[in-house]
Write a protein that binds this ligand. Structure first.
Ligand SMILES: [Zn+2]
Length: 224
């Protein structure tokens, strides 16, 4: 239980179904697992999908496991000591990262002490080690208040979980706990709002595609 406000943006049902069936790569699984660790609504949905999957497995020939894409994830997530003290990995907005265990397993230290690398004015990132289509598909992005990211779409899919602060884009306002589940058709221009840095956990399985001159120029620096 957390005392945080109600979450207003959730993953798509298809994404939760893919998660329940083990079809997401490690990077995206971490983002979804972290969201459901604080979102009862999505946790229930995943449990339902898992139950459905169990029924299907009983009645059909099981497919061979595609790849053991989640092996690392579950190895690390499962290794955690449930009695480990909450330590210092606590963010603002009542988002308790220590309770978001899947993510805590990937963080070497608190958000404050991470080795943030500046990639553009007002934007810094920290890449987390997770298997995906290519290296660096799981990252933390820190955006200063008022900073706008270049307008972009996604070559495939992007999952963004807000850990701290908030941003606003064409879709709406996203705050700690909210998850943006975007596909290649979504064009958006997120701007960090509020008083504090907006810190997001982002999984991509393809490069972002920027749509204007600034974006094309910024892409090599941002490395997104
Ligand atoms: Zn949810």
């Amino acid at each position: 239980m957390t005392s945080m406000r109600k979450i207003s943006h959730h993953p798509k049902s298809e994404t939760l179904a893919d998660f329940a069936a083990g079809r997401l790569d490690e990077a995206r699984a971490v983002v979804i697992a972290t969201h459901i660790s604080i979102c009862e609504e999505c946790r229930t949905a995943v449990a339902d999908f898992e139950a459905l999957g169990g029924i299907c497995l009983e009645t059909t020939e099981p497919e061979p496991m595609a790849e053991n894409a989640l092996a690392d994830f579950w190895a690390r997530a499962g290794e955690q000591d449930p009695l480990k003290p909450a330590s210092t990995i606590v963010a603002a907005n009542d988002f308790d990262l220590a309770k978001a265990r899947p993510l805590a397993a990937y963080l070497p230290t608190s958000l404050e002490s991470l080795n943030w690398r500046t990639v553009a004015p007002g934007v810094s990132q920290h890449v987390l080690d997770a298997e995906g289509y290519r290296s660096g598909v799981l990252r933390l992005l820190k955006i200063s208040p008022g900073t706008q990211l270049p307008k972009h779409t996604h070559s495939d899919e992007e999952l963004t979980l807000i850990l701290r602060g908030a941003y606003r884009d064409e879709i709406g306002e996203f705050r700690a706990g909210d998850l943006a589940d975007l596909d290649e058709d979504t064009l958006h221009t997120p701007t960090a709002i509020g008083e504090e840095d907006c810190i997001c956990l982002i999984a991509t399985n393809g490069p972002l595609v920027f749509k204007d001159l600034f974006g094309r120029l910024a892409q090599p620096f941002v490395g997104l």
